[in-house]
Design a protein around this ligand. Structure first.
Ligand code: GDP
Length: 430
């Protein structure tokens, strides 16, 4: 049967594996219905080059928005339905990052499906409507993420709409979601005049220009916004001082943190899930989306920063740590099954070790050993065959018979990642 090789689970020192992990993000995008989750996802796929067309801007408030063509409709359908989409983002000055966007079902009830999606996320973007703010489903999805200790950045969307009020929405985030939050951006203009965002950390203005906001132009902060930006930067520092010792020390000695110190503190406190940085924009008007992608890379944790555990079935289901390094024995979770035209597609999160095409994996529930005939990465409307994926990655398998929620291992470890879902812990809003 299974040998006990837990002792072989070691921290890696392989620099290539570590730098791969540092540039990997597994994220979800969550929102109250109608806040713009679909639109934001679509923009993200557009700016990362995954889809070639987006909703054209027509009329106000999304009214009259039409698809470019049938092709777009088809693309959009596939895009949004895919359980996980792999894309790349070049974070300015930091190189290419790989981002897996995992579809998080927006169920109001805490179902096994929601649970599994949350389990494979390392971070999330919480999208809020810039007019309606925190709504019932925002509270629900936020609670669900909190339960899984998923750090989140907040994106206040629809700032082009009449009545948009981002700062009152930050207040709602603090009051209703009970998390320390502060703006790391302020909008340049509002409603019809929305043009871009001021980055309070870098202390620069970023304008979206060109067709579909493709170009992000860095400029100095406009004169008329300096006062507000200074106040909001101070508010950011004060909020960070509550959750970060280094900023607290600087704040108490009446010093001013540098951009780098602020950047590091936002990252530390977001990864530790003590703080939510708030971003601004309008997905529909193509404002602030690229900066949101930068923030995903800058502030959300990589897989090596997230604590994941499994049950060791050899040791009376003792909880064991999973170490997301490619050299360790393979452990992965089948978190979603999809029936496609090529047969059953099984989405896997690799928690540790690497998964190779042609290798054998063992289902820890059925104890069946199966060969991995085909391994793919999903790129919204295309899939890419790959030979191997490393620890922390999300991929999909063809030709493997299993159920959603099953754990696969290298056949040596006898770990189970099977759901810790308990029926009486259903969260719903009453
Ligand atoms: P979801 O239900 O959260 O996925 O929201 P959708 O992305 O489907 O957006 C709901 C509606 O709001 C659609 O009509 C969108 O075109 C519109 N919408 C999304 N983002 C924005 C935005 O930034 N500004 C405006 N004015 N409308 C938006």
């Amino acid at each position: 049967l299974f040998a006990n090789v837990t002792a072989d689970n070691v921290e890696t020192t392989d620099p290539a594996d570590l730098s791969r992990l540092r540039k990997l993000r597994n994220i979800g995008i969550s929102a109250h219905i109608d806040s713009g989750k679909t639109t934001l996802t679509e923009r993200v796929l557009y700016y990362t080059g995954r889809i070639k067309a987006i909703h054209e801007v027509r009329g106000k408030d999304g009214e009259g928005a039409k698809m470019d063509s049938m092709e777009l409709e088809r693309e959009r359908g596939i895009t949004i339905q895919s359980a996980a989409t792999y894309c790349n983002w070049n974070w300015e000055g930091h190189g290419d990052y790989n981002i897996n966007i995992i579809d998080t079902p927006g169920h109001v009830d805490f179902t096994i499906e929601v649970e599994r999606a949350l389990r494979v996320l390392d971070g999330a973007i919480l999208v809020l409507c810039g007019v309606s703010g925190v709504q019932s489903q925002t509270i629900t999805v936020d609670r669900q993420m909190r339960r899984y200790n998923v750090p989140r950045i907040s994106f206040i969307n629809k700032l082009d709409r009449v009545g948009a009020n981002p700062f009152s929405i930050i207040e709602q985030i603090r009051q209703k979601l009970k998390i320390t939050a502060a703006a790391i951006q302020i909008p340049i203009g509002l409603e019809d005049n929305l043009k871009g965002v001021v980055d309070l950390i870098k202390w620069k203005a970023y304008y979206n220009e060109g067709n579909r906001g493709d170009k992000v132009i860095e400029k100095e902060i406009p004169e008329e916004l300096i006062k507000l930006a200074s106040e909001k930067r101070q508010e950011l520092i004060e909020n960070l001082a509550d959750v970060d010792d280094q900023i607290a020390d600087i704040f108490l000695s009446e010093g001013t943190p540098t951009s780098q110190q602020l950047m590091d503190a936002v990252r530390r406190s977001t990864v530790a899930n003590k703080f939510s940085p708030v971003l601004m924009g309008s997905a529909f008007k193509n404002t602030g989306v690229q900066k949101a992608l930068d923030a995903v890379c800058a502030f959300l944790p990589n897989p090596s920063e997230v604590h994941n555990t499994a049950l060791d079935l050899n040791q009376k289901e003792a909880k064991v740590d999973l170490l997301p390094y490619s050299k360790n024995p393979f452990v992965g979770l089948a978190f979603k099954l999809e029936d496609g035209k090529y047969g059953q597609l099984t989405y896997i999160r690799v928690y540790q070790g690497a998964l190779k095409r042609g290798s054998f994996v063992t289902n820890s529930k059925t104890l069946k050993k199966v060969k991995v005939p085909r391994l793919v990465r999903m790129h919204s409307n295309e899939m890419e065959d790959v030979e191997e994926v490393g620890a922390g990655e999300i991929c999909a398998l063809f030709g493997v018979d299993c159920s959603s929620g099953d754990t696969f291992t290298d056949g040596v470890l006898n770990y189970s990642l099977t759901s810790m879902f308990v029926p009486d812990s259903v969260i719903s809003l009453s």
